[in-house]
Design a protein around this ligand. Sequence first.
Ligand code: MG
Length: 162
Amino acid sequence: MRIGQGYDAHRFTPGRPLILGGVEIDYPLGMEAHSDGDVLIHALCDALLGAAGLRDIGYHFPDSSAEYKNIDSRHLLTRVMGLLDKEGWMLGNADITVVAQAPKLSPHIESMREHMSEDLRTPLKNINIKATTTEGMGFAWRGEGIACYAVVLLQTVTDQPL
Ligand code: MG
C-alpha cells in the first residue's frame, strides 16, 4: 500500500462557473484557472500521483499547454487513473477536505462523492468528502478563494479490496 497527499487552492473570479468534484455549483463566482479550476480534483490528482511516485499534476498537464485550457478536470483525473493502471495501482480510499467560507457545500457533497467514485472506479464508501471553514482566518474566510486537501491510499490490484 502507498499513501499520498495533495493540496490545491484557487482564487475566486467573476464570470466563471464554480466546479467542485465535477459538480457545477450555483454561485456568482468561479475559480480563476487555466483548466476548469476544480480544486478538489486537482488536490486529488496530486495525492494519487504522489502516492504512486509520479510527481504532480502540473508536470503531467502543464498550464502552459493550450490542450488543457478550460479542460474538464474529470478528464485529467481519468488520465491520472490511466497512469496508475499502468503501474498496477488501484484506489483503496480517499479522504478529502474542502476549505471554503462560501458557498455552503453540504448539499453538494453526495453528488461530488458519486462523481469521484465513478472516476476512481471504487465504491462510494471509499470516497469521503468534508467541508470546513477557517473561523475568521485567512483567504478562505475572506472569501478570496477555495482550498482543498486530499489524502489517498493506493493498493495493488492483486490486494483484497478494502
Ligand atoms: Mg489547480
